[in-house]
Write a new protein. Structure first.
Length: 286
């Protein structure tokens, strides 16, 4: 069985192209998940899970641009796997008109029950498993093919956590990592183009985002280190990867991400090939 959530949209959700910003979708998924587990809880155990789950990973695949509308957008949410200490949820963001569905995003989230007072994961109780299995629709999720990290000064971005980024448990909310990685991508792409003033800029849209959360980030005055690099340059796309580490413990990985960007022609609304000069510029960071 799938749960359906009517997600209200906000004008502030839009980016410069008039599309819902790629980061905002992660917030939509969080809203749908909480609505399924708490607002429409199948029992006390399921309801309590909404406040007792830690996000292990997120995989988001963008299918169509979503434009602003006063009507809500719908999100289907269901469970694809329940293991001893993790559960995987799937989502589909869509609208329907005249019996036809337009899908804007497909995604999955791996979650683990967590004892926040002791900062440790735990196993699901039988009651929690039963509540989740009511939404079970098994499907296999392919793991993200992360590459080896590449650290260079051009790809370094200091992440400063704002107080509003932190949840009631003192951890940076999982949605905020999408913002951090976006800031890192913008920084490295801007620096690249500044080094080659003769190379024409081209718009990009995000086609895929995968993030793994290894250790919690906490609110503090000192910044964290975010590193971004190019792992592949395709004919119409470029893949960037990144990771966040604590400069006080550089061997400790906090999060890593993989991001597929597609070059985009704003006039035709279609993907396009980058110029040879721009492709060469990105290839210099591989």
């Amino acid at each position: 069985m799938r749960h359906v959530y009517e997600c209200p949209m906000r004008w502030a959700d839009l980016d410069l192209l008039g599309h819902v910003n790629n980061v905002v979708y992660a917030d939509y998924l969080q809203e749908a998940r909480v609505d399924m587990l708490r607002v429409h809880a199948r029992g006390p155990a399921t309801g309590a899970l909404a406040e007792a789950l830690l996000v292990v990973s997120n995989q988001l695949t963008y299918v169509e641009p979503l434009l602003f509308d006063t009507r809500p957008v719908f999100i289907e949410c269901w469970v694809t796997e329940v293991r001893a200490a993790t559960a995987t949820l799937a989502y589909e963001v869509y609208r329907e008109r005249d019996g036809e569905r337009t899908v804007y995003l497909r995604a999955s989230t791996v979650l683990t029950p967590y004892v926040f007072a002791e900062e440790r994961p735990r196993r699901f109780t039988p009651e929690e498993r039963a509540g989740l299995e009511a939404y079970l629709e098994p499907v296999e999720v392919e793991p993200t093919p992360y590459g080896e990290p590449v650290h260079h000064e051009l790809g370094h971005y200091p992440v400063r956590v704002r107080f509003s980024d932190v949840d009631i448990y003192g951890h940076v909310n999982n949605v905020k990592y999408f913002e951090y990685f976006q800031e890192g991508r913008v920084a490295v792409m801007t620096r690249l183009l500044e080094q080659a003033p003769g190379v024409e800029r081209q718009s990009v849209v995000v086609a895929q985002q995968d993030i793994e959360y290894k250790r919690p980030m906490l609110f503090r005055s000192e910044p964290y280190d975010l590193w971004t690099w190019v792992s592949h340059v395709g004919r119409r796309s470029v893949i960037l990867e990144g990771e966040i580490r604590d400069p006080g413990a550089p061997d400790r990985l906090l999060a890593r991400g993989r991001f597929v960007l597609v070059f985009f022609d704003t006039t035709t609304g279609r993907s396009t090939e980058p110029s040879p000069q721009l492709r060469e510029l990105y290839a210099s960071l591989v």
